[in-house]
Design a protein around this ligand. Structure first.
Ligand code: FES
Length: 397
């Protein structure tokens, strides 16, 4: 749904909860708040996780005015150094209470739905499985195929709408490298050799219990072998305007392009040291894109990015002493991704702090502890077919 909205020119979809700054989809993997909308009366739906269909009613939340002109945005101008509503007019009789009531109405995300959603009652069902793989990206796919070869019975869960993870964000020759893995996995899926559950989240690991949630409800799955392959988060860079609608992760931009949606007419791609492969791959597939191998210092614009500023040394410039602003309506950022370590840490993994984030440390064969393994980018493995498949082959599961 978010891709459809963006493809039809609706880039600013949401507002930040406090200062009402415009937000747009930036990750397309349920990791930012830029695509939240009210859908058919239900608040805070991540539209990047919602299949598009005819007749859906999508409404922008938290605006007084319109999606692009929200009068409450004025809070950002009145309080340029931030605002703490609890201190606002504190101690002024009568006024403090009114101010706090106003602040409460202004802040937050969405309004309650008109009717209560049906809730699951009673204890969650428990189920035993042979192998549960968390994450249907490249590492999860390779691990699942390897365990199928060992005649194990495999179930794989992923919160995405489709399996494939980052391989869905590559096009042309960059995608071809993953074709053997994707074809093998597709064949296993169509032969029903394994169970694939999409739009399903492994929400937590508690001892041997994995809490699994989907729109069908919540259940506890106990796996003889648990393989964690959650991948990595998009790298975020610290620069002014990094939240302006139209600033996207390179992985998200590649995913859009693979669906036939180019995020802008003038796209600047910033690839930083340690990033890749999505930014360069996007630039190869979107011929009008301008590739800069440096981090931006500023994204310009309000409801949509209008330019990206780089240090002069990063671009061919007539004025080497001055920063250079490249006009654009989309800024694609490829920075080092940080391992999505959270569920592995819950399962008892030891972590190592690196510049890009926390990397999961594993023993021989990917072991975290008896019956629990981690594989792929979360353990620092490069996103390359040979490395991913080599690691799956030596899983000690
Ligand atoms: S959460 Fe949907 S685009 Fe980021």
């Amino acid at each position: 749904m978010a891709a459809a909205l963006l493809g039809s020119g609706r880039v600013a979809l949401a507002r930040s909860p406090k200062f009402h700054r415009p937000r747009g989809p930036s990750c397309f993997r349920a990791a930012c708040d830029g695509c939240l909308a009210r859908v058919d009366g239900e608040p805070n739906v991540m539209t990047c996780r919602l299949p598009a269909s005819d007749g859906l009613c999508i409404e922008t939340q938290n605006v007084v005015g319109s999606r692009e002109t929200d009068l409450l945005r004025a809070a950002d101008w009145f309080f340029p150094r931030g605002m703490n509503p609890h201190e606002l007019l504190a101690g002024v009789p009568g006024t403090q209470r009114a101010m706090q009531a106003f602040a409460r109405r202004m802040a937050g995300l969405g309004k309650l739905p008109g009717s209560a959603p049906s809730a699951q009652r009673g204890a969650s069902p428990r189920r035993k499985v042979d192998v549960l793989v968390v994450g249907a990206g490249p590492a999860g796919m390779a691990a699942a195929l390897e365990l199928l070869r060992r005649r194990r019975s495999v179930e794989i869960v992923d919160d995405d709408l489709t399996w494939g993870g980052g391989t869905q964000s590559l096009l042309g020759a960059d995608a071809d490298a993953w074709t053997p893995l994707r074809n093998a996995f597709a064949a296993a899926v169509s032969a029903k050799s394994l169970v694939v559950r999409l739009q399903t989240i492994a929400a937590g690991v508690y001892g041997d219990d994995v809490l699994v949630a989907s729109h069908l409800g919540v259940e506890v799955v106990v796996a003889r072998t648990l393989v964690l392959a959650p991948g990595a988060h998009d790298g975020a860079l610290d620069f002014g305007g990094n939240d302006v609608p139209g600033v996207l992760s390179a992985r998200a931009a590649g995913r859009l392009l693979a669906h036939g949606v180019c995020p802008g007419k003038r796209v600047v791609v910033a690839v930083t040291e340690g990033g890749g492969p999505f930014g360069e791959a996007f630039a190869r597939s979107a011929p009008a894109a301008v590739l800069v191998r440096a981090p931006p210092s500023m994204a310009r614009g309000s409801t949509r990015v209008t330019g990206a500023t780089f240090p002069a040394s990063a671009t061919p410039s007539a004025h080497p002493a001055k920063d250079v602003t490249l006009s654009c309506d989309a800024l694609v950022v490829d920075a080092p991704r940080s391992p999505a370590y959270e569920v592995c840490a819950q399962a008892g993994a030891t972590l190592a702090r690196e510049a890009r984030g926390f990397v999961v440390l594993v023993g021989r064969g990917g072991r975290i502890r008896d019956g629990v393994f981690a594989t792929g980018e979360v353990v620092g493995t490069p996103l390359a077919p040979s490395a991913i498949e080599r690691e799956a082959a030596v899983l000690d599961a």
